[in-house]
Design a protein around this ligand. Structure first.
Ligand code: ATP
Ligand code: MG
Length: 400
């Protein structure tokens, strides 16, 4: 038994003592059987949400309309979800109705892939109605039941399919892949945010190359922001060897392979619903990567990118058949007289006093010039020297 299961066992036992069934289900069972690290332990039960709440003193209604109650134990929390079926999907995404049921089999039937439709009881016995264990052994992603129907019910499952191919380094069952190809256009109905989650997991997985090929072959890419006209570029991206380490690297390398212009970067990431912060970081990394492919970064470039991002860019180089040189970067970083504007020892206020001037646009520009001069080693970051340098190099009394 995995440690995470052991600590969750009392939850299952309590539900059973109250006269209901309860099992570990979904991704945690799959990952345990693969000897992989388990993310969250999910529990499914025949008890209805109100019944679950009666059993445990501390619960939170996290998604009670879907049957999920969060149970708080000593130091952990567990999602306990009532067995349910989902019926009458009308918009290819969410079920119109969730029906609570008392049968585990019914619950497992509505799950996406056979390897995700496994349950485990308190003794560690695996309950496997759809030959999921066999598919785990074979490394196969296969829809539960009729793939076409399953993708009609919820089109996101098509993206989840290629995501699991990458994450688990599995292959896709033929019939399942054909159904995705046939119905790829249904992806249009899915919110970009949800597609992004799956796409990112795809890019970061061990089987990325294989999964990207399936993503292209099934034409799912045509319904993703900014990708529809880039089949060849995506194929080149799929050909890159190696495991992508971070989200930042994934977006940056993707943009690089798509040969997007700096202006297009912002639109692209906005369409993918990236946060403003991520957008800024990726843009910075993208500019630095383009430069770094040409030649080692100089002081100004390193300063503008920041050490952390420059280091990430260094780790992207082997994908493009270039060697990374982190020692060089570390040395260059250590030699920077300042790491950010905040470290400059004179302030705007100091300049105003010194020149007896009024604030204005000139002040920001003056500080920029001082910053560059310090970085180029033209003047030391020292009060008296900076004031003297400003005195002789900057136009004064602009504000008067
Ligand atoms: P991860 O390691 O990424 O958490 P996971 O398999 O746990 O993988 P989740 O998205 O956390 O994936 O979902 C938990 C379980 O719920 C899945 O294993 C699957 O059984 C079921 N599931 C999730 N999303 C869907 C869906 N869109 N359609 C059918 N079943 C789903
Ligand atoms: Mg999960």
């Amino acid at each position: 038994f995995n440690q995470k299961f052991t600590t969750a066992l009392p939850i299952i036992e309590k539900i059973q003592a109250a006269g209901f069934e309860a099992y570990f289900v979904g991704g945690c069972v799959r990952d345990a059987l693969l000897n992989k690290e388990i993310n969250d332990v999910d529990i499914a039960t025949s008890a209805f949400p109100a019944e679950v709440k009666k059993i445990f003193p501390k619960t939170i209604d996290v998604g009670i309309e879907h049957g999920t109650v969060m149970v708080l134990s000593k130091d952990d929390s567990y999602e306990v979800t009532t067995f349910r079926t989902e019926s009458t999907y009308q918009d290819f995404r969410r079920p119109d109705q969730v029906v609570f049921v008392r049968s585990l089999e019914e619950d497992l039937k509505r799950r996406d892939f056979t390897v995700n439709a496994l349950a485990m009881d308190q003794e560690g016995q695996v309950i496997d109605y759809f030959d999921g264990v066999n598919d785990l052994k074979r490394g196969l992603i296969k829809a539960v039941g009729s793939p076409e129907e399953r993708f009609f019910e919820d089109a996101l499952r098509m993206m989840r399919g290629v995501r699991f191919v990458s994450q688990l380094d599995f292959i896709m069952d033929n019939e399942t892949e054909n159904a995705i190809h046939k119905h790829h256009a249904l992806l249009e109905n899915i919110a970009v945010e949800r597609i992004q989650v799956e796409f990112m997991k795809l890019l970061l997985g061990r089987g990325r190359q294989k999964a990207l090929k399936a993503f292209i072959q099934t034409e799912l890419y045509r319904y993703c922001p900014g990708l529809s006209l880039y089949k060849n570029e995506l194929e080149s991206f799929a050909a890159l060897e190696g495991r992508i380490p971070t989200r930042l690297a994934a977006w940056t390398m993707l943009l690089f392979m798509l040969k997007k212009s700096e202006d297009e970067v912002e639109t692209f990431l906005r369409e993918w619903k990236c946060s403003k912060k991520e957008l800024q970081r990726v843009k910075t990394a993208y500019i630095a990567l383009q430069q770094r492919i040409k030649e080692p970064l100089n002081r100004l470039f390193l300063y503008q990118s920041g050490y952390e991002i420059a280091l990430e860019v260094e780790y992207m180089l082997p994908f493009f058949n270039r060697e990374s040189d982190t020692a060089y970067l570390e040395e260059l970083n250590a030699s920077l007289p300042i790491k950010s504007k905040h470290e400059i020892v004179v302030s705007g206020h100091d300049l105003l006093q010194q020149f007896d001037a009024k604030p204005g646009k000139w002040l920001g520009e003056a500080l920029d010039k001082i910053e560059t001069a310090i970085l180029l080693g033209e003047v030391a970051n020292e009060r008296v020297q900076l004031i003297n340098w400003a005195d002789s190099h900057l136009e004064k009394n602009r504000g008067n």
